[in-house]
Design a protein around this ligand. Structure first.
Ligand SMILES: Cc1cc2nc3c(=O)[nH]c(=O)nc-3n(C[C@H](O)[C@H](O)[C@H](O)COP(=O)(O)OP(=O)(O)OC[C@H]3O[C@@H](n4cnc5c(N)ncnc54)[C@H](O)[C@@H]3O)c2cc1C
Length: 572
């Protein structure tokens, strides 16, 4: 029998444990508004009390990332109210937002005349007994790749268990900006005439930049299916907004699509009663006579057990959250922060290597050539870069095509003593930037000024140099031709004639890995002799199949679907 585990089970256990620990606080009844600083800026929380209990929590204005924030708000609020305790676990993968919410609740308790230390009862220990499982497919990792594989396998009638080491689904995929493709249902509904063939041609022109990794056949196969994959997600309930530039599929109002995609896929797991297990970490691939037959895991309460399966799919993401691996494989970029989730720790790659798989192209990665550090984290400035900001050095001179290959922007930024991202109000008001409240549109990150010279002074840039650059670039925008670096005019979306001006000191961030576990075109893992390791598959960022350069989200969805189809065929 399948076991359906979700965070609600944890909540019930905790609630039982708290039943005896009634609050002895007394409160002045009413609703109290508290503002705290969360991951992306100020967050308002409205907390309601009656005489003896905290009865309601409502999250007001905030800039936390959609799905991640919602998971924290829903789950922690429910636990706190159910248990009348602030001593509930933070959600791994969203610890800052979790801590901020608990901080706000503690402040509200004080404001209502209560004492937070009287709401400190710990949860009872989780005594769930885990036993070995047998299934057809086990998927390790719940990013876009793992979720697509799980849902496609389920649609094909396969029994599947999905495991995730963090406390929420979505990995780094929940942060993604947009998906790419042509001929999708979303484009058609918006009357956009952009075919799969158009997309395939554009992608190859733009991304044939990793000659070693580039696999013409699979790149083209993926490109031609990209729109169909978006249609699949659309039909599953992913909310899409206006398509940017004809081919970039964002979320509603130009918001990052990642949270909407993960939300919809999460709902599908629930609706279809698929067995997914949070806080469950894979530690070892179980081999039998050269065949992968399952995976050893550690449960939320730290018990070891095994999940045996006909097919083991690794969808564990990249390695940029593992500093030791970054230093080993990519020392040149070891000094930079990363925007990936903490679960992207390379563990899937290391597990595979241990049983004879090959890791290759490990030093080949994608970096964001414009990012800044704010609020303790790295904040990507890719959307400004891809929509019309200019990147300048301390002399106020542009040094690169900001919307060209990430590699060139990264190299350019690394060559400057200091680098800055500059925008005007027109760019700041573009839907895709305005809606990016978690990253590029945190206004507090920027210096703001009414004139270019004033902005330059605030940032320590040569004012005359910046003014001359902006005048020249503005004219280029109006003429539809970047005379200096040949930027594609579709990415020049403002002529810098609308104050105020925004600027922020910028650096590089480590973004996605191209290298990883070597697989064939069907995502079967290969050994050092090029032979197939039976029963083992790798998809998404943990595999060395990043044929498409920038557009890894599509690769994850595509290969997630493909691998499920391959396995279904083999298990017939
Ligand atoms: C901020 C940001 C913005 C991006 N924007 C775009 C974009 O606009 N367009 C685009 O195409 N791409 C974008 N990307 C890249 C793309 O989103 C990622 O490459 C892709 O989502 C990776 O998906 P994945 O499923 O391979 O891995 P992930 O989404 O990282 O998921 C891997 C999961 O596996 C789990 N895991 C790892 N090891 C284990 C283990 N041992 N046991 C159990 N679970 C484990 C992790 O905790 C994680 O949840 C962006 C990436 C980031 C970080």
């Amino acid at each position: 029998m399948k076991r359906f585990l979700s965070f609600l089970l944890g909540l019930c256990l905790i609630a039982t444990g708290f039943a005896a620990a009634e609050s002895t606080n007394t409160f002045k009844p009413g609703t109290y508004d508290v503002v705290v600083t969360a991951h992306n800026g100020p967050m308002t929380v409205h907390v309601t009390f009656d005489e003896t209990k905290l009865t309601a929590i409502e999250i007001g204005e905030n800039q936390e990332s959609g799905y991640i924030g919602d998971q924290v708000f829903e789950r922690i609020s429910a636990e706190v109210i159910e248990c009348q305790s602030l001593n509930v676990d933070s959600i791994a993968g969203a610890t800052v937002t979790s801590a901020a919410l608990k901080w706000a609740l503690s402040d509200a308790v004080k404001a209502a005349g209560g004492n937070p230390s009287k709401m400190n009862a710990p949860a009872s220990p989780d005594t769930t007994e885990y036993k070995d499982e047998v299934t057809q497919v086990v998927v390790v990792g719940s990013g876009a790749a793992g979720l697509a594989a799980t849902l496609q396998a389920n649609e094909l009638g396969l029994d599947v268990i999905l495991i995730e080491q963090l406390g929420l689904l979505g990995g780094s995929s929940v942060r993604a900006g947009y998906m790419v493709g042509g001929d999708s249902s979303v484009q058609k509904a918006q009357g956009i005439d952009y075919s799969a063939e158009d997309w395939s041609n554009f992608m190859q022109r733009r991304d044939a930049i990793h000659p070693g990794l580039w696999q013409e056949e699979s790149a083209r196969a993926m490109a031609l299916k990209a729109g169909e994959n978006i249609t699949w997600l659309d039909e599953m309930g992913v909310e899409f907004g206006p398509v940017n530039l004809g081919w970039q599929h964002y979320g509603p109002g130009g918001a990052r699509v990642g949270p909407f995609a993960i939300r919809a896929m999460h709902d599908q797991l629930d609706q279809r009663k698929i067995d997914y297990r949070l806080y469950t970490r894979a530690t070892e691939i179980i081999m039998d006579d050269g065949v992968a037959v399952g995976i050893k895991v550690v449960s939320p309460n730290k018990q070891e057990y095994s999940i045996y399966a006909n097919a083991v799919i690794l969808a564990t993401g990249g390695y940029f959250a593992n500093q030791e691996m970054v230093e080993k494989y990519d020392p040149e970029h070891a000094m930079f922060l990363t925007d990936v989730c903490i679960g992207a720790d390379g563990s899937g790659m290391l597990m595979a290597e241990k049983i004879g798989a090959v890791l290759d192209y490990m030093g080949e990665s994608n970096y964001h050539g414009l990012a800044t550090v704010w609020g303790g984290g790295s904040r990507s400035l890719t959307l400004p870069a891809g929509n019309g900001c200019i990147a300048v050095n301390a002399e106020g001179k542009r040094y690169v095509n900001e919307a060209g290959p990430y590699e060139l922007l990264t190299k350019g930024t690394m060559e400057q003593d200091e680098a800055f991202c500059i925008m005007d109000q027109t760019l700041m008001d573009l839907d895709v930037i305005k809606a990016d409240t978690g990253l590029s549109n945190i206004v507090e990150m920027y210096e703001v000024a009414d004139t270019v010279e004033e902005l330059a002074q605030k940032l320590g840039i040569d004012p005359a140099g910046l003014k001359a650059t902006i005048e020249k670039y503005g004219q280029d925008v109006r003429d539809g031709k970047d005379t200096e670096f040949g930027k594609d005019p579709q990415f020049m979306r403002g002529d810098f004639s609308t104050p105020p001006y925004y600027g922020v000191k910028s650096t590089v961030e480590n973004h996605t890995n191209h290298g990883g576990i070597v697989v064939d075109i069907e995502n079967k893992v290969l050994d050092a002799n090029g032979g197939i390791i039976k029963g083992l598959y790798a998809i998404g960022e943990c595999s060395a199949s990043h044929i498409q350069g920038f557009y890894t989200y599509q690769d994850c969805i595509h290969n997630g679907r493909v691998v499920a189809q391959v396995i279904a065929e083999e298990l017939k």
